[in-house]
Design a protein around this ligand. Structure first.
Ligand code: B4P
Length: 195
């Protein structure tokens, strides 16, 4: 299964992807996690990304695409993947289409988690208190939500027009949201199993 998970920052993409990777037996590839790992390792790329992420902005398309290409080339991604946090703007949609066409691995499903902004601000504030992630500060989350509305919402519209988008209510317990995603994916999972 080759799946893209869309949703605002804090909508629960990473949380649900951790469960989906077990159910679908494909790796969870989060561009946010790849960037945070580069920051933690202090690589030149991580040093560039750190300030951008802490300000709640998007890291440059070229940096994120380079990281993603490397990750998709790894052996475990040949059987499929759950892409979380990518694509985040229309340029990244085009880059992903081109990359997957080159790899002969077209997307099979796109799921968007729909969560109201006030719920997101509440969730990320809890994580800010628990983990101290700079981009979870409420002021920064509001900035990230504005960037999402401006740059990432058109990505969902693109996949809706292409007929691949499924929208799932992301408010509820982790089990409830997970069950909704599996239900939304069941036609795509069945089609993938036939291939
Ligand atoms: P991400 O890593 O994508 O952001 P996130 O806040 O972790 O979002 P996610 O939706 O995964 O939320 P989570 O499950 O953790 O991006 C971070 C930054 O990286 C971006 O701002 C950007 O700078 C950079 N970046 C990443 N990809 C990029 C790209 N493609 N291009 C450019 N820049 C890029 O859930 C959030 C919280 O809610 C957690 O505390 C969780 O426990 C809680 N939660 C989840 N589900 C819940 C539920 N059902 N009920 C209650 N709480 C829930």
């Amino acid at each position: 299964m080759r799946l893209v998970l869309l949703g605002a920052p804090g909508s629960g993409k990473g949380t649900q992807a951790a469960r989906l990777k077990v159910a679908l037996e494909v790796p969870h590839i989060s561009t946010g996690d790849l960037l945070r790992a580069a920051v933690a390792a202090g690589t030149p790329l991580g040093l560039k990304a750190k300030a951008v992420m802490e300000a709640g902005q998007l890291v440059s398309d070229a940096i994120v695409l380079g990281m993603l290409e490397q990750r998709l080339a790894q052996a475990d991604a040949q059987a499929g993947f759950i892409l979380d946090g990518y694509p985040r703007n229309l340029a990244q949609v085009q880059a992903l289409d081109d990359l997957l066409a080159r790899l002969g691995q077209p997307l099979e499903a796109v799921v968007k988690l729909k969560v109201p902004s006030e719920v997101i601000v509440g969730r990320t504030e809890l994580r800010f208190k628990a983990e101290g992630r700079a981009d979870d500060h409420p002021d920064t989350v509001r900035k990230r939500l504005a960037i999402y509305a401006e740059q990432t919402a058109p990505v969902a519209e693109y996949y809706a027009r292409a007929g691949t988008l499924r929208i799932v209510d992301g408010v509820g317990s982790l089990d409830e949201v997970f069950a909704r995603i599996l239900a939304a994916l069941s036609p795509a999972v069945a089609a993938s199993a036939l291939r």
